[in-house]
Design a protein around this ligand. Structure first.
Ligand SMILES: NC(=O)c1ccc[n+]([C@@H]2O[C@H](COP(=O)([O-])OP(=O)(O)OC[C@H]3O[C@@H](n4cnc5c(N)ncnc54)[C@H](OP(=O)(O)O)[C@@H]3O)[C@@H](O)[C@H]2O)c1
Length: 182
């Protein structure tokens, strides 16, 4: 779409790249939520309708432009009460919105869930993955970047521990060729 905008995926995964179960996150890690907030603050976040509904009160995230994918053309009428939430009915509509001037030069984050990560990973040049050193029951997954030749591990934080659960902030970069632009 001409603006050469690249996306960053951000997700918290368990040992099996699980991200969610029955519409919820696998585990509550305040340190990870803080990291997510710091990284995405003042940016644009792209999410699926189910992820929006999983947020507190089903409300958009504050201090960010929230772009929500749904096929439901009535969704906007029912849910959009502020400029902070834009409904996109397709990937084409999402890319048009990202190209709009109003969005300017802000960073763009893909924040889930599984269906949205799957569709937009090929547009991502960076993936910020919180790797949780535990295995949970999961019904939603992030694509396993450790077996994806398009991505390479770049760096990781020191281990963090909360409530006996260990995790690290890991960064992957696209290496094979430039990711697709939106
Ligand atoms: N661990 C993490 O970092 C993390 C992050 C985010 C979410 N999650 C978890 O992931 C789970 C939700 O993931 P999910 O895959 O079930 O749902 P999702 O991706 O959040 O939302 C799926 C919905 O998005 C809409 N959608 C997706 N692609 C679209 C497209 N191309 N055009 C129009 N609409 C589109 C559809 O909405 P309609 O049905 O309305 O048409 C679809 O049903 C939850 O358990 C959540 O807690 C985890």
């Amino acid at each position: 779409m001409g603006q050469d905008r690249k996306l960053t995926a951000i997700a918290a995964v368990d040992r099996n790249w699980g991200i969610g179960q029955e519409g919820k996150l696998l585990v509550h890690l305040p340190g990870d939520l803080k990291y997510f907030k710091e990284k995405t603050k003042d940016g644009i976040v792209i999410m699926g309708r189910k992820t929006l509904e999983s947020l507190p009160g089903g409300k958009p995230l504050p201090n960010r432009d929230n772009l929500v994918l749904t096929h439901d053309s009535n969704f906007a009428k029912k849910h959009v009460t502020s400029d902070a939430l834009t409904v996109c009915l397709s990937l084409d509509e999402l890319f048009q919105t990202l190209s709009s001037k109003a969005i300017g030069g802000k960073s763009v984050f893909v924040i889930g869930g599984a269906s949205v990560y799957e569709q937009l990973l090929s547009y991502c040049t960076t993936c910020l993955i919180t790797k949780i050193d535990a295995a949970f029951e999961s019904d939603r997954f992030f694509p396993n970047l450790d077996v994806d030749a398009r991505f390479s591990f770049v760096r990781e934080s020191l281990p963090q521990t909360e409530a006996g659960i260990h995790y690290r902030f890991v960064e992957y970069k696209r290496i094979d060729r430039e990711a697709e632009s939106v």
